[in-house]
Structure formats: C-alpha cells, structure tokens
Ligand binder design. Structure first.
Ligand code: ZN
Ligand code: ZN
Length: 410
C-alpha cells in the first residue's frame, strides 16, 4: 500500500504528463480552490520536473464568493475587469496550458438569488469569450481534474467525520483516475486505445441519426454531415496530444442544432454553478427545448435557458457505458466531471468546433450553416441508464443498435 503522499505525487504526474502533456518551456496555469493547496504544490513540482518554464495559480475561494453573492449590490455582478480575462487570453495566445481543479461544494450557492447568479454567469462568460475560443477549439492543451473539498466529500461519503470523508473520496478519485494501478501510464494507454476504437467505428459509419429509447426517454438526434466522434485525447494547434478530462470514459460528437426531437429525462442530478437541478424532463422540437419541468431547481434551469438562444439547443452527444468504473461505484458525485463519465450525456449550449470536419477553421456563420450550436454556455447533463437502447441510422436507412441495455453493443 502506497502512502497518501506517494499517491498524490503519482496523480499530479498523470495530470501534468497525460492530462496536460506539458511541453518543455511551457507555462502552466492552474485554477484551484484554496482547499487544494497540497495538491497544487504536488502539481507545480511535477510540472517543473517535466520541463515547464513557469507555473501560475489562480486561487479561488467559494466561501468568499458566496459572501460576495450574499452582500454585494446587484451592479457588482454586471461588470468584470476585462484586463483579467484578457490576461488569460494572452497566456493562451502564447501557448500556455490550463489545468483546472474541480471539487467545490456542490450546493455552495443554493441560497444565492438565481437572478444575481445568472447575471454574474453571463458577465463572466462574456468576459472570457475570447479565452474560451482557445479551449473549446482545443487550440491549447487544457485539462480538468478533481480534488475533494471538505463539503464535497461530506456530501458524497456517508460519514459525519470530515477527515474520514476526505480520505475516502481521495481513495475513490485515485481509483477512478487509475493512480492505484501498478503502471498508471500503461493503464491509461490501454484505456484511451479502447475509447479511440469506438470513435473510429462511429466515424467510419457516419450515422445520420441516433434514436435514444428507455422507460423515460424517447429522443431522436440528427448528426450533422462531417461530424467527428472524439474520445479521450485531442491534438492541439502545436501538435500536442492532451486528455481534457481525467477521468474520461466518453466518446462524443455534436448533434445538428436543429435536429433534436422528442423527450428526455435526466438520470443524475445536474450541477449548474453550485446549484443542483434534478428530476427534469425536456421536450425538444427541431432542436429547441419547447417545454420543460424540473422537480428541483426549475428556476435555475429557466434562467440558464435565458442566457442566449443557443442555451436551449444541444451542443454535445456523448456515449458512456452504464457498466464503467465510475458508474460501478454506484455513487452520485454531484460533480459533472465524475457524473458525466458515468452516464450517456448531452450538453446544453455551445458545440465543440473540433467535433465537425474543419470546424476550428470555420467562421461563426459557416458553423451556424452546418448546424453547429453556438452559446455562451456548455453544460453536460446525464441521460444514460441501465435500460437505455440507442439505434443508429445510416444515410441509406440501415439501422444498427449501438447501445443495448445501457452498454455498447458494437
Ligand atoms: Zn461530455
Ligand atoms: Zn461537455
């Protein structure tokens, strides 16, 4: 049994070398909560060992953010110093790599006025629009990994003892990112190869339409011409292969923004900016949400839809087997990084331009014409279940079942 420090070091090495795949003399920018100082120290060390030129950290404090939300006047949320966002875009322009650590309290903002929250989100998304072009189009290497905060650990692990909860959640994270394996790098290679094989099959088939059917869902999703299924890793503008999510179990592409019809129900809670939305059903017509209701967080969902036109359309279709390491923990993590990798999911909002042929080179008008959804938001929500069947249809009408009872059938 390895010590916690050894495991943390291995995890940091994987995040830096497999997730980001840091290159010599590159700058690494880390987004982290102050809860995760120890992990950030390990990451910084790993990055310098791997040849990074410098490491910069943007510390977040969600308790502080909450105090601001509860006390600052409304007008404070309508503006954001553009130079801060420009600084981030400048780093991206100069080929820095971006690592974000997720793991904050999933309910932290539940008492915040949803109007204020929505205003703030929109302000931030607008400010960081230029920067997000670099990450969404995979022009730079970026990666999201997780580390527990006390509040998150206590929400997920059933114990009153905070220390025990954090320790138990770390153990789960280490397992899900394969740090517990004798040779984590080899384990990752084998895993990503398997995912790439599925993506290749789907890319060769170029299905025209997917039909999702379960006891609660009946949804048809049209795929645009030239769509690209992506799995595990991507290659950025500099030719560096990076893995944007650790863990990752998904194979994903984009739907045609106007080609979604039917109804779908979520199967795991959807965490939107520190608010949980659950038990929701959506009805789509020609790609747009025309009706919705939610048992939990309906007002937050409504506000999210009001962000812009694209927020009511889909930008991602991701296939994840029900029988996967994360799913088999039988836990709900209330954190998108884990829950999305335990279930087939869809995303509201912007599509990754990398999931259509030449998408990264197209103008906004061209993307729109091809059926690529545009929005300030991109938010995954889970729809997979043990009784989910997916029938794929080719251009010539041939039908192939690609998911049977929640799992790959190809
Ligand atoms: Zn996804
Ligand atoms: Zn997504």
């Amino acid at each position: 049994m390895k010590s916690f420090d050894e495991m943390l070091k291995k995890y940091a090495d994987i995040a830096v070398n497999i997730g980001i795949n840091i290159q010599k003399d590159q700058v690494l920018f880390i987004n982290s909560s102050i809860d995760n100082r120890e992990f950030v120290h390990a990451l910084t060390k790993s990055a310098f060992e791997a040849g990074a030129k410098d490491v910069m950290v943007n510390w977040g404090d969600s308790e502080l953010a909450k105090i601001r939300f509860m006390n600052a006047p409304d007008k404070a949320f309508k503006e954001f110093p553009q130079w801060k966002a420009d600084g981030r875009a400048e780093l991206a322009k100069n080929n820095a790599a971006f690592l974000s650590i997720t793991g904050e309290d999933p309910d932290i903002f539940k008492d915040v006025d949803s109007e204020k929250m929505a205003t703030n989100t929109k302000t931030m998304l607008n400010a960081f629009k230029e920067f997000r072009k670099y990450t969404m189009a995979s022009k730079v290497a970026w990666c999201v990994v997780a580390a527990p905060s006390a509040a998150w650990a206590k929400k997920v692990i059933d114990t009153d003892n905070t220390e025990e909860a954090i320790e138990a959640l770390w153990e789960k994270i280490f397992k899900m990112v394969r740090v517990d394996k004798e040779d984590p790098v080899a384990a990752w290679k084998e895993h990503t190869d398997n995912l790439e094989k599925k993506a290749k099959y789907l890319n060769d088939a170029q299905f025209k339409k997917l039909h999702y059917k379960s006891s609660v869902t009946d949804l048809e999703i049209e795929l645009p011409k030239g769509h690209i299924w992506t799995a595990a890793g991507e290659v950025n503008d500099k030719g560096t292969y990076f893995v944007a999510n650790l863990p990752t179990e998904e194979v994903f592409t984009m739907p045609h923004k106007d080609g979604v019809n039917g109804t779908v129900k979520n199967t795991k809670p959807f965490n939107y900016n520190g608010n949980l939305i659950d038990d929701f059903t959506l009805t789509f017509k020609d790609g747009k949400v025309v009706d919705f209701k939610a048992g939990v967080g309906e007002d937050v969902l409504k506000k999210m839809f009001e962000t812009d036109e694209g927020a009511m359309h889909l930008g991602e279709v991701a296939l994840v087997p029900h029988d996967s390491p994360i799913s088999n923990t039988n836990m709900i993590f209330f954190n998108t990084l884990f829950d999305e990798n335990a279930s087939c999911h869809l995303a509201f909002g912007k599509a990754y331009p990398t999931t259509i042929k030449d998408g990264s080179k197209m103008s906004e008008d061209e993307l729109k014409q091809k059926g690529v959804n545009e929005s300030l938001i991109h938010e995954d929500f889970m729809v997979g279940s043990a009784d989910m069947n997916i029938i794929a249809e080719k251009e010539d009408g041939e039908k192939i079942q690609i998911f049977k009872d929640g799992n790959w059938s190809i």
